[in-house]
Every structure is written in structure tokens, then in C-alpha cells.
Design a protein around this ligand. Structure first.
Ligand code: IPE
Ligand code: IPE
Ligand code: MG
Length: 256
């Protein structure tokens, strides 16, 4: 039985989020420049997107570039932006063939115009697709997102469109750039770092976290299946007791 066959398709994580980390080290370990790692990382992106689409996962968010990554050496930032433009151009056909809809979250105003143009086009060209929602986090950070949300809320309060007394968690959710998406159920970080690095801090409140030492360019389909199987072996309690959760599952499965 292959790993894929062991996955329970009725219990797939609805939304998987990934911190694709370790490209630079992967390249250095091979005596190559960091950009070599980023190029190889694109093949992993392809495989993971394909794997999620094949299984029927609803949402996949990929952390591709953080607001802090702008502070990397200029040649690396330029190389990454070029890779981004090139990849989007090439992949639109495949996205459409696989019924995948592209979304972007982040401070895209900071991206070079060529990248923004390609992105807008790809988003428009895939907007009718109804399968996997692929969300690229580009020039994204959670603190940026929350700050922007608060700014917008404050403006609307000032102009009388929003009553401060009415603000609850749903209100805040509407102002985040992830308002159209459910919270991730599984978050994967590659390359052996155990941190969140400013990624979806609010949305990850009850997400199952999965850390692996595998560098991103080596994270291929089988590794994704391993992570999903690990997720399926966990008990998600959302603050309740294990007994309560078991009883609820029992009732849900209609066995009482
Ligand atoms: C992840 O790999 C890709 C980006 C952050 C753009 P890194 O470039 O962070 O690789 P390491 O962590 O230095 O190995
Ligand atoms: C997080 O990786 C950002 C992305 C994967 C895009 P980093 O490599 O930038 O994170 P730190 O610096 O190790 O926390
Ligand atoms: Mg890194």
C-alpha cells in the first residue's frame, strides 16, 4: 500500500499552509549559490500543488516571500523576483488544466511592476477555476496584515461605517487578507526550523503544526503525504477534553 493510499480522503485538511524553507542551505550543501536552491524549490512547489489537487485539498497557502525577505542581498531578491515572473508565466496553463485558482496575499505594491502584471494576469485567467485554491503569500507578513486590517477598521470607524461596539472576531476576520479562506488545519515548515516567522499568526490559532528537517527542494509528494498522514493521527481538541471529543465524533459518525 502506497503512502497516498493510506490517506483517508474523508479527513483531509481543508487548508494546508506551508513555510517553504531551506532553499539556501540546500544549495550551500551542494557547493552552489543560494539561487540554485530557489530554482530547485520551484519543482517542489509544482509537486505539492499537484499532490494537493490530486487528493482534493481545498486550499493551499505557500509562504514564498516575507516582508522581511526584502532585506536580503539585492542579487537574491532580484533573482527571486525574476524566478517568480518566469514561473507564473509558465504555470498558468497547468493551473487551468488542473482547475486551480490562484490568489495572492501580501503587500504586493512592493513587488516589481513586471511581477505584479504577471500575477494580476494569472489571477484573472484562473479566476473561474473551482478546484484547489492556491494562495501565494508574497511580500507577506502577519504583522503587516494585522496592522493594515486595524488601519482599515479605524478609517471606517472614523467615517461612521463601522460601530466600534459591534466589532467581534468575525469583524476582524473580514478585514484580514485571508477573509475568503478558512483557517489552515495543517501547517508544514521544512528545513528544521521551529518557528512561525511572521506567517498567519492569527489564522494559525488552532492549526496542527508539522515540522520536518527536509529542505524545501527535497520536499516532494511523498513528504506531503507523510505530513497529511501525521495530521490524520492527531486528536484536535479545540480546548475541550479528549472524552468530549471522542463522544462528539461518536455522535457524528451516527453510531449512537
Ligand atoms: C526559503 O528558503 C525561501 C525564501 C525565504 C524565499 P531560504 O532562502 O530561507 O533558505 P535557507 O533557510 O536560508 O536555507
Ligand atoms: C520564512 O523563511 C519565509 C519564507 C519561507 C518565505 P525565512 O528563511 O525568511 O525565515 P527565518 O529568517 O529563518 O525566520
Ligand atoms: Mg530560511
Amino acid at each position: 500500500m502506497s503512502l497516498k493510499d493510506k490517506i483517508n480522503l474523508q479527513q483531509l485538511p481543508l487548508h494546508i499552509a506551508v513555510i517553504m524553507d531551506g532553499n539556501g542551505r540546500w544549495a550551500k550543501e551542494r557547493g552552489q549559490d543560494r539561487l540554485f536552491g530557489h530554482y530547485h524549490g520551484v519543482e517542489s512547489v509544482r509537486e505539492i500543488v499537484e499532490g494537493c489537487a490530486e487528493l482534493g485539498v481545498g486550499y493551499l497557502t505557500l509562504y514564498a516571500f516575507s516582508t522581511e525577505n526584502w532585506d536580503r542581498p539585492e542579487y537574491e531578491v532580484t533573482g527571486l523576483m525574476e524566478l517568480l515572473v518566469e514561473t507564473i508565466k509558465k504555470e498558468v496553463v497547468t493551473l487551468n488544466k488542473n482547475n486551480i485558482r490562484l490568489h495572492v496575499i501580501g503587500d504586493v505594491k512592493k513587488l516589481p511592476e513586471s511581477a505584479r502584471g504577471e500575477l494580476d494576469e494569472a489571477i484573472a485567467q484562473t479566476s473561474k477555476n473551482t478546484g484547489l485554491n492556491l494562495i501565494m503569500a508574497l511580500s507577506y507578513s502577519s504583522r503587516w496584515e494585522i496592522t493594515e486590517a486595524i488601519k482599515k477598521m479605524a478609517e471606517e470607524v472614523k467615517s461612521g461605517l463601522l460601530d466600534p461596539a459591534s466589532i467581534d472576531q468575525q469583524t476582524l476576520h473580514r478585514y484580514l487578507c485571508t477573509s475568503q479562506f478558512p483557517d489552515p488545519e495543517l501547517m508544514i515548515r521544512t528545513s528544521g526550523e521551529y518557528r512561525i516567522s511572521n506567517f498567519l499568526l492569527y489564522q494559525l490559532a488552532y492549526t496542527e503544526l508539522y515540522f520536518t528537517n527536509v529542505r524545501w527542494p527535497d520536499f516532494r509528494k511523498e513528504k506531503l503525504f507523510e505530513a497529511i498522514l501525521d495530521f490524520q493521527g492527531r486528536e484536535r481538541r479545540f480546548g475541550k477534553t479528549s472524552e468530549q471529543v471522542k463522544q462528539e465524533n461518536h455522535l457524528e459518525s451516527g453510531s449512537v
